[in-house]
Design a protein around this ligand. Structure first.
Ligand code: NAP
Length: 295
């Protein structure tokens, strides 16, 4: 197998994630220059073969490709604003988490300083970086992604989403929303079962078996959402609603929080009021598409 040619890459930000990113570049054999506000965080990386730049200016001068991963976009701007002139001719790949608007603003800011900008989002924990399990989303100019993907793939599985710089952050929060919904649903169930003397571990076993089944429904529901028609092929919203009511009553009876169950029930109620009771669950999308009514 031919080895991926090595490149020069600068990593700015050596927190938990930045260190994992820099370590993956080093292990792939790329010439890796690192810089962090707190320089001591580079010690292990330097021992592994990275070069610690004495200043952020030196870090930016080390090569054309700059990967940044700091706490948030404000921190990134605070870091780079004073050395903005040094961005001219650089390719800035920003893997810091943020919003789509923040990504678009940062892209315009970087382009004004002569840089090419690729935004990115990391859907992984630091320990997974460098393995195929780590999913990295990218958005920005396609030709820039194509040119640097052979370097970026050292970090995990790369996915290009489109030219709009905001798409990585947008997809990132969408996935996080899914993650919190799964976790909150699990915690609600664990609280219910716990109140009845059952362990969270026993619920985890059941959840592990059944959550993949729910995930398997998603492509068919997505097709209905994309087509704007929701014929019930498994269960109607009316049927779901009865079970939503049971979740509220069980929670009340066992003295656990009813907030999440009440919210779920309210969604069902609104869909039924909109005439969707006989449709499949995907029709609830219409409730999510509307701005929230402020009480
Ligand atoms: P972290 O361990 O808290 O590291 C934060 C980094 O930002 C450090 O390098 C810190 O420098 C730097 N920083 C913060 N404010 C700064 C400023 N004003 N000027 C210069 N440097 C500044 O956080 P992390 O876990 O590495 O996360 C970094 C980014 O990755 C975040 O946007 C996070 O959402 C994203 N992310 C993290 C994970 C994860 O599991 N950790 C997963 C996906 C995405 P010092 O070392 O000097 O404080």
């Amino acid at each position: 197998m031919t080895k991926n040619p090595t490149h020069s890459v600068t990593v700015l930000g050596l927190g938990l994630m930045g260190r994992a990113l820099a370590g993956a570049f080093v292990r792939e054999g790329h010439t890796t220059t690192v810089w962090n506000r707190t320089a001591a965080k580079a010690d292990e990386l330097v021992a592994e073969g990275a070069t610690l730049a004495p200043s952020i200016r030196d870090a930016l001068a080390a090569g054309p490709l700059v990967v940044a991963c700091v706490s948030d976009y404000d921190a990134l701007r605070a870091l780079l604003d004073p050395v903005g002139d040094q961005l001219d001719g650089r390719v800035l790949v920003n893997l810091t988490s943020g919003t789509s608007a923040g990504a678009r603003e940062t892209a315009a800011w970087a382009v004004e300083r002569g840089a090419t900008y690729l935004d990115g989002a990391i859907l992984a924990v630091p320990a997974a970086i460098g393995s195929a399990e780590a999913v990295l989303l990218h958005s920005g100019p396609r030709e820039v992604f194509d040119q640097y993907e052979p370097v970026l793939r050292a970090l995990g599985t790369t996915t290009y989403l489109g030219a709009d710089h905001g798409l990585s952050s947008l997809n990132d929060v969408a996935v996080l929303g899914l993650m919190w919904s799964i976790l909150n649903g699990f915690l609600q169930g664990a609280a219910l079962l716990g109140a009845a003397g059952m362990s969270a571990s026993s619920f985890a076993e059941l959840a592990k078996r059944l959550a993949p089944t729910v995930v398997d429904w998603l492509p068919a529901y997505a097709e209905q959402i994309d087509n704007g028609a929701y014929p019930a092929f498994d269960s109607t919203i009316d049927t779901h609603f009865g079970a939503m009511d049971h979740l509220v009553h069980e929670s009340e009876a066992l003295g656990v929080s009813t907030e999440l169950p009440e919210f779920v029930k309210a969604l069902g109620e609104r869909a039924i009021a909109a005439g969707r009771g006989g449709d499949g669950y995907a029709a609830v999308i219409e409730q999510f598409r509307k701005p929230s009514e402020v009480a």
